[in-house]
Ligand binder design. Structure first.
Ligand SMILES: N[C@@H](CCC(=O)N[C@@H](CS)C(=O)NCC(=O)O)C(=O)O
Length: 259
């Protein structure tokens, strides 16, 4: 495991470190300035970029593909201001070097402390432990908020029978989430973004694009808090930097819709 060499320089993207400074000409609070200093020290601890294997685009060369689990990991790294190197993998033609570090053939896999780790849950927890600042911990009692949205979305997307209850099942989950955010928002843990938002955001993005394309369906106006939540997440710098192409999301779901 330790001697993995990735021979894919043509497909590897490097994301550079953000240089953070406290500019005296710009108004920023002391708390903000301290937070930035903390970020700088976190960054200094991790000047070597983390390696992350990600799905490559199905529709455009050398672009990040449409895996919501990988985007979750990248969002975590972005929000923690950690530099990373992406190794893009063609999941339709998995190279041997990739299968040797990811025997299940799945992305994301990330290298932490010289070990390749699979699964976005495990990766994000390990990143949180190794780089605790800024904290993205979601309190355990809130960690499962919205967690049934993805499976009910897939049920509705794959459904071929308009009366099988899958649309209502999704609406029930979305509506419960809308009510939760109304009471507790703007994020799942209140004022600050946390791991649960970074997991749910990419899934809601897939939901919006895939259901819009394949079902001509949109989140109803009766769920305004959910709509605002989605808008807020999708316009974060970290989200814009890591989001997939619309065409890739559509192509990525095609086999499930057709199957
Ligand atoms: N539970 C895993 C799921 C990862 C997963 O399903 N990744 C998909 C891409 S989004 C994959 O690599 N599928 C293998 C394939 O398409 O061959 C995680 O959270 O990381």
């Amino acid at each position: 495991m330790s001697a993995i060499r990735i021979h894919s320089p043509a497909t590897a993207l490097t994301f550079s470190i953000k240089h953070l400074t406290c500019n005296p000409n710009t108004f920023i609070s002391t708390a903000n300035c301290k937070r930035r200093a903390l970020r700088r020290s976190t960054l200094a601890m991790s000047s070597t970029p983390l390696e992350v294997c990600a799905k490559s685009s199905l529709t455009a060369p050398n672009k990040l593909g449409d895996c919501p689990f990988t985007q979750r990991v990248l969002l975590t790294l972005e929000e923690k201001h950690l530099p990373y190197d992406l190794k893009l993998v063609d999941l339709g033609n998995k190279p041997d070097w990739f299968l040797s570090i990811s025997p299940e053939g799945k992305v994301p896999v990330a290298k932490l402390d010289d070990k390749w780790i699979a699964d976005s849950d495990v990766i994000t927890k390990s990143v949180e432990e190794k780089f605790p600042e800024p904290s993205l911990v979601t309190p355990p009692e809130k960690a499962s908020v919205g967690s049934k949205i993805f499976s009910t979305f897939i049920g509705f997307l794959k459904s071929k029978d308009a009366n099988d209850g899958t649309e209502q099942a999704l609406l029930n989950e979305l509506s419960a989430f809308n009510d939760y955010i109304k009471e507790n928002g703007p994020f799942i843990n209140g004022e600050n973004i946390s791991a649960a938002d970074l997991s749910l955001g990419p899934k809601l993005y897939h939901l919006e694009i895939a259901l819009g394309h394949y079902k001509k369906w949109a989140v109803p106006d009766s769920l305004p808090h959910l709509k605002t939540y989605m808008k807020t997440l999708f316009s974060l710098d970290s989200f814009i930097k890591t989001m997939p192409l619309t065409e890739d999301v559509i192509e990525g779901w095609r086999p499930k819709v057709m199957g």
